[in-house]
Design a protein around this ligand. Structure first.
Ligand code: SF4
Length: 117
């Protein structure tokens, strides 16, 4: 199976072609640097995305913005969002504070993206 991808590693946006066989990435073409090849292999076999969202704080107008500290497996993002909705942060919160560690046993943490007092 062949898959076309555009690398998101830098603004050049190399157009890549990936050949996948028996669940393995056989060949990557079209990349201009190792980052592109690495991205293509990751995207084809284990796609992941940064998850950014916000949490409502009781009796406050502004929500608290949060994100994963690393890309999260794309196929489990819905579960991730459900877990994030359960977070009840203790205020004040500083940007970078871990609000939920090791979400869904992935080793990925949910962190605040700004101060909230
Ligand atoms: S392969 Fe390298 S040069 Fe091409 S878009 Fe990706 S990071 Fe940029």
């Amino acid at each position: 199976m062949k898959k076309d991808l555009i690398c998101i590693g830098c603004p050049i946006g190399c157009q890549m072609q990936v050949e996948i066989e028996n669940g393995e990435c056989r060949e990557v073409r079209g990349h201009s640097c190792p980052r592109g090849e690495s991205y293509a292999r990751q995207e084809c076999l284990h796609p992941a995305r940064m998850v950014t969202t916000s949490i409502l704080i009781p009796e406050r107008i502004l929500p608290l913005s949060v994100r994963t500290d690393r890309p999260f497996p794309k196929e489990r993002i819905h579960e991730c969002l459900e877990e994030i909705r359960k977070i009840k942060p203790q205020l004040p919160v500083k940007a970078g504070d871990v609000l939920l560690a090791n979400i869904l046993d992935t080793g990925i943490h949910i962190i605040a993206t700004r101060n909230y007092i």
